[in-house]
Design a protein around this ligand. Structure first.
Ligand code: AMP
Length: 283
């Protein structure tokens, strides 16, 4: 496995690696969710193609300084896990490799970013789009894999690729969960044992609210009320947002007539966790 930390070194190597190339962008602290993205990338390119992973804690997508500073960075472990999962090349730049000191161009998305995480994290998706586009250009990847766990991120990247005619295939991958239902996240290691034990309530609350759909409920309000009722049983978490939105436009809706999404972000102390359920039954 090739490991390269500088942009010039990457550009030198990238011409020589076999194509097609599938990229898995990550911020590291790899868990089984990331590793299953790497395996999906291998399936996409086949045994002869190249699976590339980027590990970069992108400072411009963090809206809270503490979150950036406390983000786990176990690089050696990540490299071993990437190799084990089948990566051929891992790019591990630092911020100075990715951003000139006076960088002044960003990509902004102005519709889907107005809702959900975009509403509570100003500038976040602009930071994501900018870094992801830079990675697409650096790797000249034929395809890239992103987790559906970050549903809004995936939707925005698909929109960026569509609107800017980026020649790349975007693959969405199912959310990988712990046995108790908690969505795997690099931030989970920052939970205290009490918070970790409590955190599956997020998934349970969303699923309980989704169950109203099979009883015939189509109004957003009672579904949101049910999810809130369950979430508020936890004395440890604080709801950042809880929204029922159209699965395509991400706009809040009052009645479910098309595929929708019940999504939440919750704080345990300073650790922010997100999850969602898709509401896909017939309307
Ligand atoms: P991150 O390192 O959190 O920026 O995530 C890198 C990629 O892994 C993104 O495409 C995420 O959506 C994806 N990812 C993170 N957690 C999971 C998970 N539990 N299941 C599937 N994909 C995930």
């Amino acid at each position: 496995m090739i490991v390269v930390a500088d942009t010039a070194g990457l550009l030198e190597k990238i011409d020589a690696v076999p194509r097609p190339l599938c990229l898995v962008p990550t911020m590291g602290a790899l868990h089984e969710g990331h590793l299953s993205l790497i395996r999906a990338a291998r399936e996409t390119v086949g045994p002869q193609g190249t699976v590339a992973v980027s590990i970069f804690v992108n400072p411009i997508q963090f809206d809270r300084k503490e979150d950036l500073e406390k983000y786990p960075r176990p690089l050696e472990k990540d490299l071993a896990a990437s190799e084990q999962a089948g990566a051929d090349l891992v790019f591990t730049p630092d911020a100075s490799q990715m951003y000139a000191a006076d960088h002044s161009i960003v990509i902004s998305e102005n519709r889907l970013s107005n809702f959900l995480c975009g509403a509570s994290r100003p500038g976040h998706f602009s930071g994501v789009c900018t870094v992801v586009m830079k990675l697409f250009l650096l790797f000249r990847a034929q395809s890239a894999v992103f987790g559906k766990k970050d549903f809004q991120q995936l939707a925005i990247i698909r929109r960026m690729v569509r609107d800017l005619n980026v020649p790349i295939d975007i693959i969405g991958h199912a959310t990988i969960r712990e046995a108790d239902g908690l969505a795997m996240s690099s931030r989970n290691v920052r939970l205290s044992p009490e918070q970790r034990a409590d955190a599956p309530i997020i998934r349970r609350s969303l699923v309980a609210a989704r169950d109203l759909l099979s009883l015939g409920e189509r109004q957003a309000e009672p579904i949101l009320a049910a999810a809130r009722f369950h979430l508020e049983k936890s004395p440890l978490l604080k709801i950042d947002y809880l929204s029922l939105v159209d699965a395509e436009t991400l706009e809040p809706i009052a009645i479910i007539r098309r595929p929708a999404l019940l999504a939440t972000a919750c704080f345990y102390g300073s650790v922010r966790l997100i999850d969602h359920v898709e509401l896909m039954q017939c309307y």
